[in-house]
Design a protein around this ligand. Sequence first.
Ligand SMILES: NCc1[nH]cc(CCC(=O)O)c1CC(=O)O
Ligand SMILES: [Zn+2]
Ligand SMILES: [Zn+2]
Length: 328
Amino acid sequence: MDISSILQGGYQHPLSRQWQGRRALTKSMLMYPIFITDDPDASVEIKTLPGQRRWGVNKLEGFLGPLVQKGLSSVILFGVPFKCQKDGRGTPADDPQGPVIQAIHKLRTLFPSLYIACDVCLCEYTSHGHCGVLNQDGTIHTAPSVARIAEVALNYAKAGAHCVAPSDMMDGRIKAIKRALVDAGYGNRCTLMSYSAKFASALYGPFRDAAGSAPAFGDRKCYQLPPTAKGLARRAIQRDVGEGADIIMVKPALPYLDVIADAAQLAPDHPLACYQVSGEYAMVCAGADAGVYDLKVMAFETVESMVRAGATLILTYFAPQFMDWLDV
Ligand SMILES: NCc1[nH]cc(CCC(=O)O)c1CC(=O)O
Ligand SMILES: [Zn+2]
Ligand SMILES: [Zn+2]
C-alpha cells in the first residue's frame, strides 16, 4: 500500500482518536432547556419529550441541584403559563409574578454559579399563539412586535438573567433589544444570544406541545426561514452580528449542519450556538427505543457532529445525561 493511502495509523488509540477532533465536547458547552410553569409545585411529565417535565419554581432546587453538582453550568428558561390571561401583546411574558421572572430570582439565589439564559418570545403568552403582535388581517405587525419583545427582554435582564435569547425572528429585534439593554444600563451585563437562523421546521412539534405555543391559525412561515434558504440564513447571521448579537444561533441543528458551518465562517469571532430541538431529541430517543442504535452512542454522534460543524455551545435536552457521560 502506498504511504499516502494510510490514515488508520492516526487513530488506533483512544487518545489519538481524540486528537482528530479539532475541539472536544465538554460539559460547559451544553445548555439545558427547561420548562417552567405557573403552578409552583408542578412536576408534570411531557409525553412527547421523554424524560422532560414542566417544573414549578418550588421544584427547581430538587431537580437542578444534583445536575449543577455534576457540572451543569447553564440553562435556558421557557415559560409555560396556564393560569394567566393571554392577550394580543403577550402581557404575561414579563409578569413579575409569572413563571420566568420568578424562576430567575429563585435560580440566582439557589445556584449563584449557574448561568441563566431566557428564551424571549411572545408565542407562549399571546392569545393567538404567534411570536409577535398581529395586524387586523392576522399578519405580523413588525414595529410593535419588536418594541414589545425588547421590553420583555429588558425585564428579564432586570430580573437577573445573564442572557436573553430572542427566538421570534422579527426583523430588527436584535438592534432594538441591544438598544434597550444599553439605554437601561444592562449593555455590559447581559448577553444577547440571537436565534439568527431559525428555520420553519417540523421538528418543533414536541416543544409546542410542551409549551402550549402552537399558533391558533396559520403557521410561522412568514417569519421563520424556509428550510431551503441558505442565502437568507447567511444574511440573517450577518445582519444579527451587525445589530449587536453577542452569540449567534442556528436552529434546528442536525438537518442544518451546513448552516452551522457557514455561521462559523461568517461570524468566526462570536460564540456559535445550535439548538438540538425537541423533535431531534424525540427522534434520537425513538430510534433507540426501536433498537436502531444505542441511545448514548447516537446522542454523542449527533452532538459531536454539531461541534465538528463549528458549534461552541449546544442547547440540548440531553444535557443531564451528558453530565454523567462526560468527565469534564
Ligand atoms: N418561539 C418559539 C420557540 N422557541 C423555541 C422553540 C423550539 C424549541 C424546541 O423544539 O425544542 C420554538 C418553536 C416554535 O417556533 O414554534
Ligand atoms: Zn415564539
Ligand atoms: Zn421561543
